[in-house]
Write a protein that binds this ligand. Structure first.
Ligand code: 6PG
Length: 244
């Protein structure tokens, strides 16, 4: 990517979160009154928490027809759903417990079971939802990026990065010694819209590497996300953008 036209820089993390929440409601709006459902894969980690909190506020929550929304997760840590590390727990606390979304529209990844079995269950769930499709097509995918360039739970060097047929894979965060379950690269690349949410100075160098790769530098997982027939937006705060 030479100079991404879809890079949006915000002065503060709060402005970034508001912009992401605005996009969520804007992209969901065309689904009102339509038979199709608005399918979203949520990001984990800390950055999206404020986006989810905002979506649950008076300012935003009435602009979304929650019964029309199906929420999935881009990845999950292999922990129980009430564990502090659980992406589901974070989304539940910040958003799901506060809006009128039917429980059947929330499709969590089971973090507490056998990871391989949970990955298969999640893939089955997705195949049922996206019935008959060779790949799922999410209407919106939210992603973050770690300092090492990982996205969802696709870590540098992970075998899952080259997955070509599975929709869901088991990976491992080696430093934390934590198993993870993640959607695979082709799934993200089939999405209609992908939004990366990046904040903080500690991400600045990696963001520069990703958006302006130098010849000969190795690829990091976030660079594999290039929707075939969809949009890719980078919403970043000024700290993360400070080296661009
Ligand atoms: C997770 C993620 C992961 C995350 C990045 C950025 O479950 O941890 O989905 O890919 O988005 O690590 O996380 P922060 O927003 O916390 O920096």
């Amino acid at each position: 990517m030479e100079k991404p036209s879809d890079l949006f820089v915000f002065d503060t993390p709060e402005q970034l979160a508001i912009a992401a929440a605005e996009r969520f409601v804007d992209y969901e709006y065309p689904f009102h009154g339509e038979p199709d459902r608005f399918s979203v894969a949520l990001a984990g980690g800390n950055t999206p928490r404020r986006v989810y909190e905002l979506l649950a506020t008076e300012r935003f929550k009435h602009r979304v027809e929650w019964s029309q929304v199906d929420l999935f997760f881009g990845d999950e840590r292999c922990v129980p759903p009430d564990h502090p590390d659980s992406n589901y727990a974070m989304a539940y606390e910040a958003l799901l417990s506060k809006v009128a979304i039917p429980a059947t529209n929330v499709h969590r990844i089971i973090g507490e079971g056998n990871p391989q079995e949970s990955a298969q269950l999640y893939e089955n769930q997705l195949r049922t939802f996206f019935a008959g499709a060779s790949w799922p097509r999410f209407d919106l995918v939210l992603l973050g990026m770690g300092e090492d360039g990982h996205t969802a739970s696709l870590f540098p060097g992970s075998e899952a990065l080259s997955e070509k047929s599975k929709w869901v894979a088991v990976t491992r965060h080696e430093a934390l010694r934590q198993d993870r379950i993640t959607l695979t690269v082709p799934v993200f690349n089939q999405a209609r819209r992908v939004i990366f949410l990046i904040r903080g100075k500690e991400k600045a160098q990696r963001l520069k590497d990703v958006l302006h790769p130098q010849p000969g530098s190795g690829l990091v997982p976030a660079q594999a996300i290039q929707p075939f027939d969809g949009s890719l937006e980078w919403l970043v705060d000024s700290d993360a953008a400070s080296l661009l």
